[in-house]
Every structure is written in structure tokens, then in C-alpha cells.
Design a protein around this ligand. Structure first.
Ligand code: B1M
Length: 234
């Protein structure tokens, strides 16, 4: 087959075919193709959030399943993650453009020992879109980094992300340190990441476990509003 016959014209695919193609392109780590497809879907009137969840997060789920099953390895997954970030970079300003009034401030970071940041970045993007000011501490954060950021930024919320069963217990280290330093009551602690669940969130003393970015936004809004009301009444 010639190269030309191999070429797929992304703009000629219908929506369903294009999303399927995006799953393949994400799997193959094709950043430019992902960026082009994201733009096509946006031009066709898809909401940024729909592109994010249906096309990008959907595609990453397939990558994750094959990584788990030993079909894909770290280098391929890194390429897929890079392609995903290419798509997210286009969506970020659009998600932040909602004109929502400022509702609160969040410091967020992935915990010590953990370098996964896609989910955390997504939460940060969605929170910004919902009107929160977000200070992103990046990956591999020791408790000192969270404490310093709390001093410097005076946030309403501390968000922690962990993607590994070996790093999720570190969230408790952070919360226990806050208790020890009598700072736990000053801040709403939200936690998230694929291996966590509601029970774990409760067990470590977080205010809430957030299954995904949309839940993080809703939970943050509710808890910040409650905190501000309590503040007024106090
Ligand atoms: Co990693 N990895 N990885 N990895 N990786 C997982 C997590 C794994 C489940 C894969 C698998 O086996 N199926 C597995 C963990 C197994 C376990 O702990 N039981 C795993 C492993 C083992 C590893 C390494 C140890 C592999 C190795 O080296 N042998 C290594 C660890 C490195 C380290 O951190 N020290 C490693 C490395 C990597 C890459 C670097 C290659 C890459 C990360 C690139 C990057 O992030 N820049 C990577 C990736 C991409 C994955 C998978 C495939 C995808 C994660 C992802 O981005 N998902 C992942 C498999 C999986 O999760 N199914 C896997 C998409 C993202 C949108 O979802 O992160 O869940 P998620 O975020 C969601 C929610 O969880 C929630 O909202 C987000 C958006 O809806 N959320 C929050 C997340 N954080 C939140 C914080 C909040 C609120 C909500 O705060 C308020």
C-alpha cells in the first residue's frame, strides 16, 4: 500500500470514527494528530469538557488497561501521556474561560514518590474553569512542600493526588502532620487518584475523596461555601 492510501484525513471522519481514531492515536502517542482531532471536534461544536472526557480520558483508559495487562510498557505510556497533554493544552484555556466568579483557592500536588500528573492537571484545569484560583505544586511533593504552599498561598483547599498503592498512604502522613501542627481545621483536604476510594478518604481523615475532576469541582464548591458560611456565622 502506498503512503497516500495509508493516510487518514481526520477531518473527513464522522464524530464517532474520529473519536475511535483518537483512541488509536493516543495509544500510539501521536501528539500532533491528537491536537488536530481536538480542534476538529471543537470546530464541530463539541464542548471542551466533552472532548476531554469522551475522547481523551476515554482513550487514556484503554492505554491504562493495556499497561496493566503488560501489553504496553512505560515508554509507550509516556508517549501516550505526552499526546494527551498536547490535547489538554488546547482545552485548558477554553475550560478556564467560563467567566465564573472567583470561588476559592486550592493548592494541589501529587504526593511524594509519585510522578503521575495527568489526573491532577485535569483537576486543576477544571477547578480553574469553575472559578477557583489554583496553585499547582507539580509532582513528588513531600509534606514540607504542602506546608510551605499553605503558608505562602493561604488556600481554602489542599488537594492531593496519588496513582500508586505505594504512594497513597503518604496522604495520611500529610494529614497527620497537619493535625500535629494544629493546622488541620484551617483547611479543606480533598484527595483523589485511581487507587483511592471513599473508605480510604475517610480512614485517612480527608474531608472528601473525589472520584474524578467533575466531582472534585462540585465537592470543592460545596465545602468552600459551607466553610465561608460557617466563617460568617462564627
Ligand atoms: Co503509571 N501506573 N506507573 N505511569 N500509570 C498506573 C497508575 C497503574 C494503575 C498502571 C497499571 O498497572 N494498570 C500502575 C499502578 C498500580 C498500583 O499502584 N497498584 C502504575 C505503575 C505500576 C507505574 C510504575 C510503577 C511503572 C514502572 O515504572 N514499572 C511507574 C511509577 C512512577 C512513579 O510515579 N514513581 C509508572 C509510571 C507511569 C508513566 C510515567 C509512564 C505515566 C505517567 C505520566 C504522567 O502522568 N505524566 C503512567 C501512566 C500514564 C499511568 C496510567 C496508564 C494512566 C494514568 C492517567 O493518567 N490516567 C495508569 C493506569 C490507570 O490509571 N488506569 C498508571 C488518566 C487520568 C485522567 O486519570 O489519574 O485517575 P486519573 O485522574 C482522575 C481521577 O483519579 C481523579 O480525577 C482525575 C480526572 O478525572 N483524580 C483526582 C486524580 N487526582 C486527583 C486529585 C484530586 C481529586 C481528583 O484532588 C482533589
Amino acid at each position: 500500500m502506498s503512503d497516500q492510501e495509508d493516510d487518514i484525513i481526520l477531518s473527513e471522519l464522522d464524530d464517532e470514527e474520529l473519536v475511535q481514531q483518537m483512541f488509536d492515536d493516543l495509544y500510539d502517542g501521536l501528539k500532533e494528530e491528537i491536537a488536530e482531532s481536538v480542534n476538529i471536534l471543537l470546530e464541530r461544536g463539541w464542548a471542551p469538557y466533552r472532548v476531554l472526557t469522551e475522547a481523551l480520558v476515554g482513550g487514556m483508559k484503554i492505554v491504562g488497561d493495556d499497561f496493566r495487562d503488560g501489553i504496553l510498557f512505560v515508554p509507550e505510556v509516556l508517549l501516550a501521556a505526552n499526546a494527551m497533554k498536547g490535547g489538554m493544552a488546547i482545552l485548558k484555556p477554553l475550560l478556564a474561560e467560563t467567566g465564573a466568579p472567583r470561588v476559592g483557592k486550592m493548592v494541589i500536588g501529587t504526593v511524594k514518590g509519585d510522578i503521575h500528573d495527568i489526573g491532577k492537571n485535569l483537576v486543576a484545569m477544571m477547578m480553574e474553569g469553575a472559578g477557583f484560583e489554583v496553585v499547582d505544586l507539580g509532582i513528588n511533593n513531600a509534606v514540607e512542600a504542602y506546608l510551605e504552599a499553605m503558608d505562602a498561598e493561604d488556600p481554602d483547599i489542599l488537594g492531593m493526588s496519588a496513582l500508586l498503592t505505594t504512594t497513597m498512604p503518604y496522604m495520611k502522613v500529610v494529614i497527620d502532620t497537619l493535625i500535629e501542627k494544629q493546622r488541620r481545621d484551617d483547611i479543606i483536604v480533598l484527595v483523589g487518584g485511581a487507587p483511592l476510594n471513599e473508605e480510604f478518604g475517610k480512614a485517612i481523615g480527608a474531608d472528601a475523596y473525589c472520584r474524578d475532576a467533575a466531582v472534585a469541582v462540585e465537592t470543592a464548591k460545596t465545602l468552600v461555601a459551607r466553610k465561608h458560611n460557617q466563617g460568617v456565622g462564627a
